[in-house]
Design a binder for this molecule. Structure first.
Ligand code: ADP
Ligand code: MG
Ligand code: ZN
Length: 503
């Protein structure tokens, strides 16, 4: 049986390959293309009404359709199409007027239908791109296509008393809606691949197409890698590396695979076109099976589903529902608020942070100071309590009000920190705390006269020193006045008053 040999190849012992030196690697150029699978954030599966919820008992979320029982017919989820189209548009793809589902036939225990419903020669969308910047150098990475497909179930090889003899199959995931995003072989380093995946993930999270939670398998990445001598025109033979379930593993696996291929080519060998598995424990990739070709899958149009035609109105509706994308937001934050590059990165890391900042900035009327508060005090306290910004006890509006009070001189910068701490623990507004605790800043010179006079009367030695030319003693005197007013005095006004009184 040929397919058996195909699956058995992974059990063949392979001698550990040597890795190339950095001098050798420097003479080669890696070529990388990524295939990214993303789980769409629908409540139900792509072709049936079963829930997609995570963590249900094994085989609880199943029905005849996703179990692949004979005669059960798939019905396409409209929400899945909406999300897939949204993703494709955000990746700058052209949506095809007609796309078509196709059966990709293969045998695997977690695939009860015996085929995956995917798209083949008529994908949902094509000709897109993603812009990245690596070490200050901007680059455009082509997106070949975005297509829809259903997920397989899961084989469980561990965790049961009889796991040494049996594997179990959980079909809860079977039929979960996915999109596959295939890039052009445009990346030339692991850093570029990392940046590309980061941008894809951030974009899809922004438009709420997927949580992109890699730990839950909502974002999965396979990397196609080849190497060629620098200056060569032809691409080398590629290997496909699977099991890259974190950004770190993507980078490490690529670096290992590049070094392995260069060593192989340098020693007169040939890179085999094969599928390799990354092992996070050893940091190595190992041959798993020779690469299957499209013809091995016997693709044919899915006879149980009609071609998918997206009318102009449908597309226009989705387009209209698109929020501002991260790339555009970054440009705007830089131009409108004059923020530094690093601050822009932090404040656009996800949609919740970006929206929080913008609300606070608008309410405060002082965007730069609002940015500092969000990145400093707010994020600090959230981190200390292990909270997300969406769980912040201080709303964006409330923070904006506090920053506004400081900007208008109604609260001193020093007391603002204290007030913020109280807001964070109680959820009260700045105004309410200032009112109740009497923390309003005192800027009126008349109201501060007595305090200044008292400080001067009570600190004759320091006053002497100041008059004798020791200017730094002024800080001490100002500090005394601040203490006497429990931090409420306006520092600038107090400083000015002392200077006047003491000549
Ligand atoms: P398959 O269906 O066999 O996986 P695809 O044409 O879909 O083949 O390509 C898969 C991925 O491989 C794409 O992301 C593409 O950019 C990448 N790729 C193609 N050729 C090369 C190469 N020589 N080196 C590295 N990556 C490549
Ligand atoms: Mg492929
Ligand atoms: Zn089902």
């Amino acid at each position: 049986m040929p397919w058996l040999a195909h699956y058995n190849k992974r059990f063949m012992s392979l001698s550990a390959p040597s890795l190339a030196s950095s001098e050798s690697i420097a003479r080669y150029e890696p070529v990388i293309g990524l295939e990214v699978h993303v789980q769409l954030a629908t409540a139900t599966k792509i072709f049936c009404g079963c829930p997609t919820s995570f963590g249900a008992p094994p085989n609880a979320n199943v029905c005849p359709v996703c179990l692949g029982l004979p005669g059960a017919l798939p019905v396409l989820s409209r929400q899945a199409v909406d999300l897939a189209v949204k993703a494709a548009l955000a990746l700058n793809c052209a949506i095809r007027p007609q796309s078509r589902f196709a059966r990709k036939n293969y045998f695997y225990p977690d695939l009860p239908k015996g085929y995956q419903i995917s798209m083949y020669d008529e994908p949902l969308a094509e000709h897109g791109y993603v812009d990245i910047v690596v070490e200050g150098v901007p680059k455009r990475i082509g997106v070949t296509r975005v297509h829809m497909e259903d997920d397989a179930g899961k084989s469980i090889h561990e965790g049961f008393r009889d796991s040494s003899r049996y594997s179990y199959v959980d079909l809860n995931r079977s039929g979960t809606p996915l999109i596959e995003i295939v890039s052009e072989p445009d990346m030339r380093s692991s850093a570029e691949a990392y940046a590309y995946l980061t941008e894809v993930k951030q974009t899809l999270q922004f438009i709420e197409v997927s949580t992109c939670d890699m730990e839950k398998g909502h974002l999965r990445c396979d990397a196609n890698v080849s190497v060629r001598l620098k200056g060569a025109e032809q691409f080398g033979t590629r290997a496909e590396v699977k099991n890259l379930n974190s950004f770190r593993f993507l980078k490490l696996a690529l670096e290992y695979e590049i070094a392995r291929q260069v060593a192989l080519v340098e020693s007169g060998g040939r890179v085999e076109q094969e599928t390799r598995l990354y092992n996070p424990d050893t940091g190595e990739t190992a041959g798993m099976r020779s690469k299957e070709h499209a013809h091995d899958y016997r693709y044919f149009p899915e006879p149980d589903l009609l071609p998918l035609r997206l009318g102009k109105e449908w597309l226009a509706g989705i387009q209209a529902s698109m929020p501002e994308l991260p790339a555009r937001k970054r440009e705007r934050f830089t131009a409108e608020y004059g923020l530094r590059e690093y601050d822009v990165e932090v404040l656009t890391a996800n949609r919740a942070i970006a929206e929080y900042f913008e609300t606070a900035a608008t309410v405060s009327g002082d965007p730069k100071t609002a940015a500092n508060w969000v990145m400093g005090d707010l994020m600090g306290l959230l981190k200390a309590e292990g909270k997300e910004i969406s769980e912040s006890p201080v709303s964006a509006r409330q923070l904006g009000e506090l920053v506004g009070l400081v900007a208008k001189g109604e609260v001193s910068g020093k007391l603002a920190k204290e007030i913020f701490g109280k807001m964070f623990s109680s959820g009260e507004s700045a105004g309410a705390i200032v009112e109740r605790d009497g923390l309003k800043q005192i800027s009126d010179a008349g109201a501060l006269e007595k305090t200044i006079a008292d400080v001067i009367a009570n600190n004759p030695k320091q006053v002497e020193q100041y008059r004798g030319g020791k200017a730094t003693v002024l800080n001490f005197l100002v500090g005394q006045a601040m203490r006497a007013t429990r931090g409420q005095a306006n520092v600038a006004v107090v400083t000015e008053l002392f200077k006047q009184k003491l000549g």
